[in-house]
Design a protein around this ligand. Structure first.
Ligand SMILES: Cc1ncc(COP(=O)(O)O)c(C=O)c1O
Length: 395
């Protein structure tokens, strides 16, 4: 059959990121490539107890079709998470989604027509790029520095692109750089969104995993005129397999999300929602997140110490105060793929920088993940990676 795909389907059959993650999954490869949480910290016993209780006490409701906006019990729990981000709201402002990935997809579907501009950080979350591309987005990348998206460059982009529909940003412990936007830039960003009457899509999967510095308020907490759509998820603080995320926006917009979600999947998995709500009722999530934070901090420190010991001095890396990723820049290297190939030859995997950019890339970059590698293995992996970098740099 000669399939006649819609314009939304990528023309190429090659999935470069899929290929990278597949090789990274080979047991003989030490992978700094994926973005997976540490599985040894999943609270399996507590989830088992929660599932038992839900099935015993609310079995029929948990196994039945449910509300497209999500069960009130979980939306109530989400309000508690939002309060930490400085967002005071009520459950009418919240819809439960099948993970942040669906929140991004529904947002693209709702706001983008072919050729509309999406402003993204340079670099940004690669799967958001794929989603917005599928809705025909034209990307404008805004340069970052260690303090997050550069606001002067953003204003320039807004001036030059009057058909901008969305500014997509991950202000805290950004994927892929691990960088965090300063407080001053956060307030300015919301001001600019109001001035140019553009929506911000604020994605915050990592904000709770902070080991240094003080918690910064979300962009949504500064939003007076409904210019910020906020997204959160349980994937990094509890379990990605539950597939539970949320969108926070004005109730009229939540109604539209609810309609769009109906046509996507009717509603988020009821059983998963009840189990998560029960988990929160019976356990202290803050203690659990503190355990995750301690472990990732330990792993990040080992990785940074090893990088400082082995990588050539010209190589730069970010210094995250939380989250799961480091961003590395190797000066003088034009093709990031060469770094991946040289590392893989030594059975180490990283993600080369290119897919993290909407259009123009920054050469010689790659992302490293530390959350998913046991402490005892990190230094040896970084040492092998340093040999790969030296080879590509011609040292
Ligand atoms: C920035 C960012 N947004 C969204 C997601 C998707 O998360 P979820 O598991 O909630 O769909 C990820 C996953 O890694 C991410 O890094």
């Amino acid at each position: 059959m000669n399939y006649k795909f819609s314009d939304r389907v990528p023309q190429s059959d090659t999935d470069p990121v899929g290929v990278i993650l597949k090789v990274a999954g080979d047991p003989k490869v030490m992978s700094f490539a994926g973005g997976l949480p540490a599985p040894e910290l999943f609270p399996v016993e507590q989830i088992k107890a929660a599932a038992n209780k839900v099935l015993t006490e609310k079995g029929p409701a948990a196994l039945q079709y449910g509300s497209s906006q999500g069960i009130p019990e979980l939306r109530q729990v989400i309000l508690g998470r939002l309060a930490i981000e400085g967002i005071k709201t009520d459950i009418d402002h919240v819809i439960v989604t099948t993970g942040s990935q669906q929140s991004i997809d529904l947002t693209g579907k709702m706001f983008l027509n072919e050729g509309d501009t999406v402003i993204v950080e340079d670099p940004t979350y690669l799967t958001a790029v794929d989603v917005f591309k599928s809705y025909g987005a034209h990307f404008v990348g805004v340069a970052m520095d260690e303090d997050g998206m550069r606001i002067d460059a953003l204003e320039e982009a807004l001036k030059n692109n009057p058909n901008t529909r969305l500014i997509y940003t991950i202000p805290t412990f950004q994927n892929p750089t691990g960088r965090t936007m300063t407080l001053a830039r956060r307030t300015k960003l919301v001001e600019l969104a109001e001035k140019y009457d553009v929506l911000i899509l604020e994605d915050n999967p990592y904000g709770a995993i902070r080991w240094e510095g003080k918690n910064l308020p979300s962009l949504k907490s500064f939003d007076k005129n409904d210019h910020v759509i906020y997204m959160g998820t349980l994937s990094k603080i509890l379990s990605p397999g539950l597939r539970l995320g949320w969108v926070v926006a004005d109730p009229n917009l939540i109604k539209k999300y609810t309609m769009m979600k109906q046509s996507a999947d009717l509603h988020t998995d009821s059983l998963a929602q009840y189990i998560a709500a029960e988990y929160f009722a019976a356990n202290n999530i803050d203690e659990h997140v503190a355990g995750i934070t301690d472990l990732y901090h330990k792993r990040e420190q080992i990785m940074i110490n090893a990088i400082d010991k082995y990588f050539p001095k010209e190589v730069k890396h970010s210094n995250p105060e939380g989250g799961m990723f480091l961003w590395v820049s190797v000066p003088g290297v034009q093709d990031s793929q060469k770094l991946f190939d040289a590392a893989l030859k030594r059975n180490v995997a990283i993600v080369p920088g290119d897919p993290f950019f909407g259009n123009e890339t920054i050469p010689g970059t790659f992302r490293m993940n530390y959350s998913n590698t046991p402490e005892a293995k990190i230094e040896a992996g970084v040492k092998l990676l340093s040999e790969a970098i030296e080879e590509v740099m011609g040292k």
